[in-house]
Design a protein. Structure first.
Length: 357
């Protein structure tokens, strides 16, 4: 084979690709039909030049980058395997790392999405009609100005499995702003075997902010998250759920909510508000803290909580109760509420079944 022959150069390029997995730096992926036309059924590494040519048109929309009429739109898929998406800075808009539009699907495997910034969805933004399947991946150190530091899902579908959602932040200081790790407004979410840890929110939902749409978390760990909001609606260090978008339950199955903090508000572990339905099955809420009460679970404003075979224990608050505060409705099937400080569930305006003191 001659030196510099096409075949030799091809082999050299393949060797380099195997040694250095592709990295997308300061890049925004808009997953709609015009962008994905060349990516159908294949993984594709977009360069910064490709992105500028295909997504940024100063003259405005053209026939090349307009979304087709919904009747003619087809779903397109981007496969991201062993990929790094890093350093996208879009603080005035959404989707700092990856933006999934209507009709787009992201399938990410063993991918890292880190150090991106945006108004919402600093790591990943899943718009209405979008779909994200993320497995064995890490989403970390992303910063959102309003909501969804790691992932924001205002109307799409998320399947997050065996992944890490860590050290992300969201800065929205009002109701509707939050979700340092994950924010869901009106989408559908399924989270399995995933760690959500070390995330922060200026207002609510350090780990998860759930405002509407069905969300199920199974076999996961929600730990060491912080929500710094004050007042009745601030807090929810681990989880904040309130169905002021579209009412649908949030369900925890065999999940731990531990060592989360609401340093200025309520619900160190979980806050449940605005008539939301929360189902806790075979899960533990332990060692969480709050300043204004309910280190474990804060349930107000006609919130409805179902406890089954679960434990709420060793939570603490500066003001009683340390375990559960209930101004809504709680049902309890064989769940233990014990060893919280300064009290387990008193004073609460409504009864907490199975709770003593």
């Amino acid at each position: 084979m001659q030196h510099g022959s096409p075949q030799l150069r091809y082999q050299q390029r393949q060797h380099q690709r195997r040694r250095h997995p592709p990295s997308l730096t300061r890049l925004r992926l808009r997953l709609h039909r015009p962008l994905l036309r060349r990516q159908r059924n294949a993984s594709h590494h977009l360069t910064h030049h490709d992105q500028r040519q295909r997504c940024h048109h100063p003259a405005g929309p053209s026939r090349h980058n307009r979304l087709p009429h919904p009747r003619h739109r087809q779903r397109r898929t981007l496969k991201a395997n062993l990929l790094t998406v890093k350093g996208g800075k879009l603080t005035a808009t959404d989707g700092g790392g990856i933006l999934i539009e209507d009709g787009g699907t992201l399938r990410a495997h063993a991918t890292t999405i880190s150090d991106n910034a945006a108004n919402r969805g600093a790591g990943v933004e899943i718009n209405e009609g979008g779909n994200a399947e993320i497995h064995l991946s890490t989403i970390t150190r992303n910063q959102a100005g309003l909501a969804g530091g790691g992932i924001d899902n205002p109307g799409g579908t998320l399947d997050l499995t065996t992944s890490r959602l860590t050290d992300n932040s969201a800065g929205g200081p009002l109701v509707g702003g939050g979700g340092g790790g994950y924010d869901q407004d009106d989408g559908t979410g399924t989270i399995k075997l995933t760690t959500i840890s070390g995330n922060t929110s200026v207002f609510a939902g350090g780990g998860i902010d759930h405002d509407g749409g069905p969300l199920t978390v199974t076999g996961s760990a929600i730990s060491n998250n912080t929500a710094s909001g004050a007042g009745v609606h601030g807090g929810g260090g681990g989880i904040w759920t309130g169905s002021f978008e579209t009412g649908a339950p949030m369900t925890l199955n065999a999940t731990t909510v531990t060592n989360n903090h609401a340093p200025n508000g309520h619900g160190g572990g979980i806050s449940n508000l605005f008539g939301a339905e929360l189902i806790i099955n075979a899960s533990t809420v332990t060692d969480n803290t709050a300043a204004l009460g309910a280190g474990g679970l804060y349930n107000i404003e006609e919130g409805n909580v179902t406890l089954r075979l679960s434990t709420i224990s060793r939570n603490a608050a500066d003001a009683a109760p340390g375990g559960v505060y209930n101004a809504g409705t709680i049902s309890n099937t064989l769940s233990a509420i014990t060893l919280n400080s300064p009290t387990n569930c008193t004073p609460s305006p409504n009864p907490v079944p199975g709770c003593i003191s």
